[in-house]
Design a protein around this ligand. Sequence first.
Ligand SMILES: [Mn+2]
Length: 438
Amino acid sequence: MHVVATHENADFDALAACVAVQKLEPGALIALPRRLSRAVREYWSLHKDRFAAARASDVDPATVDRLTVVDLRDRRRLGHVEAILARRDAGEEVTLAVYDHHPATPTDLSGDVHVVEPLGAVTTALVERIRSRQVPIDPAEATLLALGIHQDTGSLTLGHTTPRDARAFAWLLDHGADLAVMERYLQLPLADAQLAALSAVLHGARRERVGAVEVGIATLAIEEMFDGLAEITAEARRLGGFDALITFTAVGRRGAVQVVGRSRSALVDIGGALRALGGGGHRGAAAALVKDDTPDAVAGRALAWLHAHPPSPRVVAEVMTTPVHTVAASATLAAVAEQLAEWGVSGAPVERDGELIAVLSHRDIDRARAKGRGELPVTSHMSGSLRTTRPDAPLEDALACMVEHDVGRLPVLDAQGALVGIVTRTDVRRALYANAAR
Ligand SMILES: [Mn+2]
């Protein structure tokens, strides 16, 4: 018998990949883990009669001669099929296929068929095979496969999304994937227990400075495990404006701590921090289950890892323009316009007696000259208050300052107050787009 297995708390990418294997290999049986994520459980209760599946615990390991694992390959997280893997270790005829898109861990399985690619969703790799082998799929199947890609890529917006994910998704739309059904399962309203936990996380999270970013740490204690801790962590990170948020939830009295982390993946490698706790995941989304410990102790270990691997966001000094040309407060607007043209810049800080008093832009000057005031000194047309930044300030802070005060140039002052550079909209944009591509 051919069995397809995936990780506990199966999400749509995991379930979709199982079904995709079944499309490619008719006769394969999906061996479900003990827990499904909340949205997948809702989906499954309405669709289970469409697919050949059983609980992994109901599968007799002695009957299995082929095992395919999808959306993971870390053996520590495959306890529910461990008996099958043990038979393979013992030299019995069990072939193993692996389809995954997670970063490597030391306890990874190596399959006879081994497909591991850095895709946004592992479902993408399987959809590509369905497509190239021209395996027919119906709209309901297309919808499930599209849900897998949708959920694991944050609807094609998360940093690890690839053009291949988008192409596979488009192909599924061509094959009848239903957006209304997808929306239904991607936008489940929170249950009461989840709303209470979300509010507790938002109110109780403490903000920890790690390097130049802010990491939220929230500890919770609940009587019984409920679904959606991952959704809550993701929502709380977004709503609370954290660069990363990790929730540590003590479940019941057994001393197990469920850890869920979410981050802006370009900034913080939350997967690395949670792998250090024995968990798994991506840079932006990860989870771990730690037994026999307390939330505070586990939080301490996660923070220690992050401090040892501090996120290094780009700082102003990396992108600022230097040296800076300044103009004298006593100069006329017309003279400054000439200077700016000569320097090839569109604005400059204004100095009086060696002190920075304002920033003048080409636009300010054009406006004044249009009213025939070109011969007035620059001090007559300086608008707004002076905003500055520092060389070691995170670029995000400089960007926030520009947006909040609607200014296009920030003079950069060192700790002694000396002007060492200037950062412009162009500089910030260049860094912003390069960052997104990383
Ligand atoms: Mn996945």
